[in-house]
Design a protein around this ligand. Sequence first.
Ligand code: BG6
Length: 513
Amino acid sequence: MTTSNNPAGDTTILIFGASGDLTTRKLIPALFQLSRQNYLNERCPVIGVARREKSDEQFRNELKASILADNDDDESVAAWDRFSKQLFYRQVDITSEADYVSLRQAAVDLEQQLGTQGNVPRIVYLATMPSLFDDAVRGLHASGMIPTERKDSDRLRVVVEKPFGHDLKSAELLNEQLRKRLHEDQIYRIDHYLGKETVQNILLFRFGNVFFEPLLNRNHVDNVQITVAESIGMEGNRGGYYDTSGALRDVLQNHLLQLLCLVGMDPPALFQAREIRDEKMKLLQALRPGTDGHVDSWAVRGQYTDGLVNKQPALAYRDEERVPANSSRETYVAMHVEIDNWRWAGVPFYLRTGKRMSERVTEIAIQFKHPPLNLFSTIECDGDLCNIVEARRNQLVLRIQPRESIFLGFSTKRPGMQYQVQPVAMDFDYEDHFTSQLPEAYERLLLDVMRGDSTLFTRSDELLAAWRFVAPVLQHWESGPVGLEFYPAGTWGPSVADRMLAESRRVWREPKV
Ligand code: BG6
């Protein structure tokens, strides 16, 4: 969906938080892949920055051990050896302004050493705790790394990672801190969902084809269900962080609302960052709670108890490491929301996300209205008990992961002497059509920062609108252990979430992976 197909020119990349997990697991592997595919040329220094003392050699060796652990064929080792020559490490105390002066000098020296073209854009990736963003930007400013002339502003791009705030107020504060010294177009707020290949395809699928778009509105759609389900729990000691966050902040406020924007927004006039983000923003402004009633009637929160996931026993959330035994943090959230505009008025959007659910699956299921007259129903009998089985709703499912695909569910006549209805599907599966592996989200996103294309990044007004929308829910839940429902690990969430749909005679789709 990104607007640029240009290769990236020379850049210098500085990664703050170079000793962290994100750098080792995502950022360096993504840059390594970009280098292998010739998207990152050998003139671009990649400088890891962290507090610990470390030599370039140590930094390179640590990363090599981790990145080539499962992949040490000759070709990968040779590619790594080439790539590692542009990899450096500098010790910096993020809170010390003096250290930024040496860092700037190091960047200049390394650019000279690698023959980088003069005055290249520098990218500063803040893979650190958000509480350090302010210090980092202050240090960059003090060292003169932030261009003072507006016309040169593109020569410094700052990438920030979530969590971008804990609520509306803290997100506003974080924004203010960044905006004190940076222009909005210098800030790239990462939501890695937007870098996923299948997420980028949503807009092309909708606005690059003529079949589907005319149907995607209140005249034809009965409801839309967006699911981000995970089967993992609190692996890798994540409990400590997660217990300060929860499913609403961790996934719904960002990834899920971004998916909602892409499936619900109107077509942009131009396929460019500003126009696309303006349309997303209009949708976020039109969001409203699914009912006029109390928060509990349109938002459900749940927490997993022990159970079986993929036939393996799984602990209860409260028994996970670093999670308080009386935690009321939600590991599941479901919401009924509506979009107050001409396209979608009256169409319920059901959102849900959770840990320790039956399957790992992310999908958008658009369920259509029944035909105006039901001519074809099947009578199915079990002994003396007979039921009229109506044709299922037509549905269009955009499967983001795993087994990336798009399928259309519809009814057909079961061969035979009677008119019997059989649900079937037309299926487009990425694996069947494309032999190459789908790129990792971080590869795409880092390349876009290098190209200076901000389409796939969250603009500050979008971010604040998303926080504003979830604010009443957060406020209600923070007021005490209200409305917390439990669900066994390995299921599709608490039954109250089923009731939320049952009131309007709808059911959650059970994704078959
Ligand atoms: C992250 C959340 O942003 O997204 C994690 O912090 C979650 O809790 C992850 O597991 C899900 O991402 P993906 O790409 O695995 O669907």
